[in-house]
Every structure is written in C-alpha cells, then in structure tokens.
Design a protein. Structure first.
Length: 314
C-alpha cells in the first residue's frame, strides 16, 4: 500500500496506510515503543481486512515517517529515577494524535487495537475519547502501575543501551532484541524480523525518538483510575512468557477495565509471531462483535422507548 500523510494539528503529521474496503468497519492499529507501523505486518493487516475491517496502521509521533519532536531524550539517570521532567509529551498527547487521525479520515468510532505502548495509547484513547472507540484490544501492555507489568531485571542492560547507527549494526540489534524478549515457546519468524528491521532503518532512524516516547510513558504514570471509566468492549491479550511487559501487566489491565476479557497465549513473548495470528484475529473479530451487539441492543431499546412514548401520546 502507498503511504499517506495526515496533519493532526499541534505541529504533528502522521504517516499512515490503509488496507481493505473503506465501507468496512474501521480498525486502527497502534504500535509500540520505538516501533514503526510496519511492525503490523502487511500480511496481518490484509488478513484482518479479509475479516471485514478497513484497517489503518500508522507511525506514532517520534517513529517512522511521522513528525519527530525536537528535544533531548531523557538521560539514563532520569530514566532510572522515572523523572517526569524529561518528557516533551504524554501518552494522552499521543492518544489525541490517534483521535484526530480518525477524525480527519472520517473513521470514528473505530475498533482500536494497540500493542505494548500502543496498548497504553489505545487504553488512554478509550478512556478520554470514548466516542472514538467502538471496541478496544490491548496487547502485551499494562496500566503503568509500578507493581505490575515490569520488565525482567535481566533486560535492563539491553533496554538502556543506545541503538547503533549503521544499518548492519541496527539490524543485528533488532534481531538480538527479538531473541531476548520475543516468543521462545513458539516458532520464530526470522525473515519477518529481519525484513522489518531493514525496512525500519530505511524509512527512518532517529535513536532519540524511542527515548522521548519512553519519557512519555513515565510522565503518564499509573493510569489505573482512568481505565475504570472505559466502557468499550475490551479484550486484553498477553503472552505467558513476556519478559518485557510481565503477564501481571495484562492481569492488572483486565482488573482495571470493567467487563474486560483476558486472552492468555501460551509461549508468546513480547512480539506477534505469525503462528498466533489466526487466534488473535479471531479474538479481535469476536470482541468487535460484542460492540456491534451492544449497538444493536441500544438501538432496539431506543426504538422500543420511542414507540412506547408515541403510544402514550396517541
């Protein structure tokens, strides 16, 4: 698909692509920390479109070909102290980017699906702009509470290392990252990982962007209370062996969002291997159907109330 650009205000332009028929139910895919929209593989997007969705994937601010914000990333001491002073924006700002993208494309409300930091953005969008969200799917994400969803201590040296500059070194870095926190109990998609790494480097390579996004997560703090307000049908998906966002993050998300359902995928780490796609897509479709049923039920109630009122006035 050809890339397009959308001005969403406040000096931010988002790069996006679409899949499927515009008349279908819209589905917005939001990717995670330092990760470009191409991490939502084209084959995954097409498979989702084949199930009746008009799929939109996009680069968050500070990723890919979307606007990169000026400003220094947080220092390692600031990250370790979880200092909010280093942030140039918050998750709520990123959620507003998503909301305005939906508005500009005329697609609200949409089924919103977010992975990792993208799940945090999707949750924030559903909490603060409920009229934009038909249903919510939060994948390998958390609530921001320090007592759940924290990465394994063995990952800290890797997480605090700056990405290399050269393409070959960058690709190797991404491959090592997926070997470190990706699925271990499921078949690995080595060619997909390498293709994404090469494509990401060719599209954009701003080593400071991931730091600014991480600062946004830290500045947003614990979002548990605001998640209590979410009313969109919600599915929480988490791998049983995720070392980057511990499974407790998924459980905390389910507890925070009224009526949320949890799908545990055995052997899944912090990635989206092809082998899980059929199960994940089935779950997304089922969750979207919950939203459609709720809309039909509300319409039927409104119609019945209107007919009763008309009969009383007759």
């Amino acid at each position: 698909m050809s890339e397009q650009f959308c001005d969403v205000g406040r000096g931010i332009t988002l790069c996006f692509e679409t899949f499927g028929e515009p008349a279908s139910e819209p589905a917005l895919l939001i990717m995670g920390l330092g990760t470009q929209m191409i991490a939502w593989h084209e084959d995954f997007c097409r498979a989702l479109a084949d199930r009746g969705f008009y799929v939109v994937r996009f680069d968050n601010r500070d990723a890919g070909r979307s606007t990169h914000v000026h400003g220094a990333p947080p220092t390692i001491p600031q990250l370790l102290r979880r200092s909010r002073a280093a942030a140039h924006y918050t998750l709520r700002d990123m959620a507003q980017d998503s909301a305005r993208l939906l508005d500009e494309l005329g697609l609200a409300p949409a089924h919103v699906i977010g992975a990792s930091m993208g799940g945090m953005i999707a949750q924030t969008l559903a909490a603060h702009s409920p009229e934009k969200v038909s249903s919510l799917v939060s994948i390998m994400s958390s609530t921001g509470r320090l007592t759940s969803g924290q990465p394994s201590l063995r990952l800290y040296p890797f997480l605090l290392r700056r990405p290399p500059v050269g393409q070959a070194e960058f690709v190797s870095h991404v491959e090592r990252a997926f070997a470190t926190f990706g699925s271990r109990g499921l078949p690995r998609d080595e060619s997909d990982i390498r293709e994404m790494a090469v494509g990401s480097y060719e599209r954009d390579h701003d080593p400071s962007g991931i730091g600014r996004q991480l600062a946004a997560i830290i500045a947003s703090g614990d979002r548990t209370r605001e998640l209590h307000s979410i009313r969109a049908p919600t599915l929480v998906v988490h791998g049983t062996v995720d070392p980057l966002v511990a499974p407790s993050g998924g459980r905390a998300t389910v507890r925070a969002i009224p009526g949320a359902k949890l799908l545990r995928i055995r052997g899944m780490g912090h990635d989206l291997p092809r082998v899980i796609w059929p199960r994940l897509i089935d779950a997304i479709v089922e969750n979207a159907a919950r939203a459609e049923k709720r809309t039909r039920d509300a319409t039927a109630r409104d119609t019945a109330a209107g007919e009763a009122a008309a009969a009383m006035n007759a």
